[in-house]
Ligand binder design. Structure first.
Ligand code: SAM
Length: 219
């Protein structure tokens, strides 16, 4: 998803350095404890948040957890920031950066959950390394996640889902939950699901939503 540049969003990001880290130097360690009012709370990260419906909804539902939206595009970061400010979400920070350097931005064993939602599929084989479930990304997630942490992944793209299952399996990950039709699982699972913008759109078109939860086993 490439968003058209919105000057107001860029300005808003510039005006709120306390809420958004805009393309920080990966060589400089980020002190997340100074950026959250309750730093002792568990930390959850979404990689590729888009306009942020998922992460802002979770942050609103769970004030007892801290969240970071990691998003490459500054316009998307500005849109997430607008919602954060409107809803006064003290427990949400925004990191405008490439997740390829995730392990420079977060300390080892610091994160409870990483969410990947409707990641760009990069269907061409020559672009495999850009997929957020390629092994080099899995290595970074493994570093940053705590021993009992886990990854949650959702997509409408059957090809990316099949690729991700294979990539995670080859990496030695364990699957706690796999669904090829998340929106038609038992009521308890459907009720807990927080939709993303893409999910809302594709599910409305009748597409099945694929989902999995996986962990890296004992470290
Ligand atoms: N998660 C949202 C949803 O489900 O509606 C947005 C999905 S959109 C297809 C993918 C998003 O991931 C885009 O906003 C894109 O800028 C972001 N993205 C892609 N690669 C990224 C990377 N390496 N680091 C951070 N964000 C990335």
């Amino acid at each position: 998803m490439r968003l058209r540049n919105k000057p107001w969003a860029v300005e808003l990001v510039k005006d709120h350095p306390e809420s958004v880290l805009d393309r920080p130097d990966p060589e400089v360690k980020i002190d997340w404890t100074s950026r959250f009012s309750k730093p002792e709370q568990p930390l959850e990260i979404e990689v590729g948040s888009g306009k942020g419906h998922f992460i802002t909804t979770l942050a609103e539902q769970h004030p007892e957890r801290n969240f970071v939206a990691v998003e490459l595009q500054i316009t998307a970061a500005g849109i997430i920031l607008r919602t954060k400010l409107e809803k006064r979400l003290d427990n949400l920070q925004i990191l405008c950066a490439d997740a390829a350097a995730l392990d420079s931005f977060f300390a080892p064993n610091s994160t409870n959950v990483i969410y990947l939602n409707f990641s760009d599929p990069w269907p061409k084989t020559r672009h495999e390394k850009r997929r957020l479930t390629y092994q080099s990304f899995l290595q970074r997630y493994e570093k940053v996640l705590m021993a009992d942490g886990h990854l949650e992944f959702k997509t409408d793209n059957a090809g990316l889902f099949a690729y991700s299952l294979k990539s995670m399996n080859n990496y030695g990950m364990h699957f706690d939950f796999v669904s090829v039709d998340l929106h038609h699982e038992v009521e308890e699972i459907v009720a807990q699901n927080v939709e993303t913008e893409y999910e809302h759109k594709f599910a409305a078109q009748g597409n099945p939503i694929y989902a999995l939860h996986a962990d890296f086993g004992v470290k």
